[in-house]
Ligand binder design. Structure first.
Ligand code: BGC
Length: 720
């Protein structure tokens, strides 16, 4: 047996694995890791490859290898839990609640994603986690997906830019980002079983770019495989996704961790790229990657070299985290982290409509404010199924207004509606919870009548949008439309604030009301940031990271009837036409387009130019425009660059986002902005040749403030 082991070890050092680690820059580390592995028994190695607790896999104490400790997640470091996900009841596990994924995306500011990562990494470090199970950035394919709020966007480019910076931020604190859920986990419905069929071009152009960028540009140290199947094979044992694409083509050096309970085999998963099996239920010794894996090695079904490769990856990750020389103690609940959440929140809030210029609500003349709706007093750090945070504090909207206005105004609160639905409730209970409560509405109307201004806080909450369950529709819940109608009839100065992490149908409300502000599950400082936008201290600069349809049936997966699929399989028939690519190409008017958001200022676009007219396929384009703040308030504008190709050999979307920049302008100030674009990024994925291909010919570059508000355009030519 010993001889066998030595041979296997020799093979490992001389295997193709060595080549796949070609990016490794540290030969000393390589020697260290290999020396450690050479001292380990097979039992010790196997111990590192499966959960031995809800959020850890074993280390090897005698060799100074610590356990690998992970935790959720995107909203902040979750509280400690016991078996059954029950809170451990500690007094030492509170943390900062960070704005949700779509809020971060709505900032359209990669620097915000970076700051988020830095703060989250520091908190994970303080709570002694080596791996934080974040960020999560599956594409928002359907507005119904229960985890849309955790994810970023419907657009792969925006997704990629944010994912890279979030990963960089987290890992700058010597904590591994575990990017998830790889891949095509775009619905919660049947998530443990559903098979996704998507063609190669769709896979490469829409669903993989952010993962690729997180790995290749962000240098992510861990990836979580998704629950679902892709092309008939579970993602946790999907050779094509894990081995061929992630590890071989992209050169991923880190660790593939299964989603919790998402492993379905021993030999297949081990051979096809999974490194660690995590899960919820004990006994952990019986996990696929525990005793059965040990047996498989003994039976020569899995080589020791393969086991060593997995252990190598884990030790490599550990040398960047818990075993690194320079890791700090971390910090938690600091004023700096609070400031980060405030900054993200203030940049994420989207002004959807301001026809009567009711916003900003300047103090003069506004003495009595009716604050209406459960979402004014609700917090969002916890709720529903899935990762939340035991927030040290969370400022709700009413508190935020009170903090900012103090005695300068009288705030009168009315509940408006009852948010009685829980994510575990039945469909019948959900329907009942949506019936308007006439008595609460009438109390709200009374308050509105006696006020100078009414602000109605409606939308979703963490029970309505939850992991493990898609929404049934995207209507506003809890009879909120009736509440809004009654309050706006009682007081013409009614401002609607909708809180949510995913699109809702706001069509009726948009037709009937003049002032609509959109906010998110916006972290510990959410209420303060919201109050600052309402009161004009902050000029809104959030832009929608996904399209708001007029009705659900307009959105691609629903228009084509491919959601949620049948017999546990769903075909992504819309192909690359996801989100605005669909609406724009099919000429379906959305209610609010991708990239949309108003400001208290107006921005004037002029003088679009490119540095050249003719570019080679490996060239770099520099697009310039002039932007002027034509308003009286300083603020940020998000300038978006889209591209299209007419007369293409393949079907192309009407336009695709290729660049953006967020820029601050004082009133009257004008700046020249430059947005770079690689010609290579104009390529499509040629599925026959299995490579990215830049077509020669004419491209239109469009500069605008949303996918539907193109202000300027230029044509360029690409030659061979
Ligand atoms: C989720 C993951 C999460 C894991 C551990 C799973 O149900 O899909 O996102 O990280 O649980 O809590």
């Amino acid at each position: 047996m010993k001889t066998k082991y030595i041979i296997a070890f020799f093979l490992f050092f001389n295997s193709g694995y060595r080549c796949s680690l070609a990016q490794k820059k540290d030969p000393e580390l390589d020697i260290k890791i290999k020396a450690l592995i050479s001292k380990m028994t097979l039992e010790e190695k196997i111990g590192m490859l499966h959960a031995n607790d809800l959020f850890s896999s074993a280390g090897v104490e005698r060799l100074g290898i610590p356990p690998l400790v992970s935790d959720d997640g995107p909203l902040g470091v979750r509280e400690e839990v016991k078996v059954g996900w029950l809170p451990a009841g500690l007094t030492t596990d509170s943390a900062t609640f960070f704005p949700n994924g779509s809020a971060i995306a709505a900032t359209w500011n990669p620097e915000m994603a970076y700051q988020y990562g830095v703060a989250l990494g520091e908190e994970a470090r303080a709570r002694k986690k080596n791996v934080i199970l974040a960020p999560a950035f599956n594409i928002a394919r359907t507005p119904l997906c229960g985890r849309t709020y955790e994810y970023y966007s419907e657009d792969p480019f925006l997704n990629s830019r944010l994912a890279v910076r979030a990963v960089k931020g987290i890992q700058s604190k010597n904590v591994a980002a575990c990017v998830k859920h790889y891949a095509l986990n775009n619905q919660e419905y049947d998530r443990f079983k559903v098979n996704v069929e998507a063609d190669e071009r769709t896979l490469r152009e829409i669903y993989l770019p952010a993962f690729k960028a997180a790995v290749q540009e962000g240098d992510a140290w861990a990836v979580m495989s998704a629950y679902n199947k892709f092309r008939g094979v579970f993602c946790s044992e999907n050779k094509y996704l894990l081995k061929d694409i992630l590890k071989d083509q992209w050169g991923f050096k880190g660790v593939v961790i299964s989603d919790w309970g998402g492993t379905h085999s021993t030999v297949t998963a081990a051979k096809n790229g999974l490194d660690i099996e995590m899960g919820t239920e004990s006994p952990y010794e019986q996990y696929y990657f525990a005793a059965p894996l040990f047996k498989a090695v003994k039976n020569n079904e899995v080589s020791t070299a393969l086991i060593d490769e997995k252990v190598y990856r884990i030790l490599w990750l550990m040398h960047h985290t818990s075993m690194s020389d320079n890791h700090s103690a971390g910090q938690i609940n600091t004023p700096e982290h609070a400031l980060t959440t405030y900054n993200i929140a203030k940049e994420s809030i989207v002004l959807l409509k301001n026809n009567k210029k009711l916003l900003p609500l300047l103090n003069a003349g506004t003495k009595k404010i009716a604050v209406i709706g459960d979402n004014a007093i609700r917090t969002f750090h916890n709720g529903g199924f899935g990762a939340g945070v035991k927030a040290k504090y969370e400022v709700n909207a009413l508190q935020g207004l009170y903090n900012r206005l103090g005695k300068n105004a009288s705030l009168r609160f009315a509940q408006g509606y009852n948010a009685l639905y829980k994510s575990t409730d039945s469909e019948e209970q959900r329907i009942t919870a949506n019936i308007p409560d006439e008595s609460l509405i009438s109390k709200a109307v009374d308050e509105a009548k006696n006020a100078d201004v009414a602000i109605v806080f409606i939308g979703g909450n963490r029970e309505v949008e939850s992991e493990g369950k898609d929404r049934k529709d995207i209507q506003l819940p809890f009879g909120q439309e009736a509440l809004v109608a009654a309050v706006s009839a009682a007081n013409p100065n009614t401002i609607i604030v909708v809180v949510g992490g995913a699109p809702y149908v706001l069509t009726k409300m948009d037709n009937a009301n003049h002032t609509i502000l959109w906010s998110w599950y916006n972290g510990s400082e959410g209420g303060n940031a919201l109050a600052d936008v309402i009161l004009g201290k902050v000029n809104p600069s959030g832009r929608l990271p996904f399209t708001f349809p007029v009705k659900l049936e307009d959105s691609p997966a629903h228009a084509l009837g491919t959601y949620p699929g049948s017999e546990f399989s769903t075909e992504y028939k819309e192909g690359i036409l996801v989100g605005y690519r669909w609406y724009d190409t099919k000429h379906i008017a959305p209610l609010y387009p991708f990239g949309f958001g108003l400001s208290y200022s107006t921005f004037l676009y002029s003088d679009a130019s490119t540095d050249k007219q003719l570019y080679p396929a490996d060239g770099k384009i520099m697009v310039s425009i002039k932007l002027k703040n034509g308003g009286t308030q300083a603020g940020n504008e998000v300038v978006q660059l889209y591209a299209s190709k007419s007369e293409s050999k393949v079907d192309r979307p009407e336009k695709e986002l290729k660049g953006f920049t967020k820029v601050w302008l004082e009133p009257g100030e004008m700046k020249t902005l430059r947005i770079p674009l690689n010609v290579a990024d104009l390529a499509y994925f040629d599925a026959k040749m299995m490579r990215w291909k830049v077509e020669e010919g004419t491209y239109k570059l469009m500069i605008g403030s949303s996918s539907r508000d193109i202000k300027l355009s230029r044509e360029i030519t690409v030659s061979r």
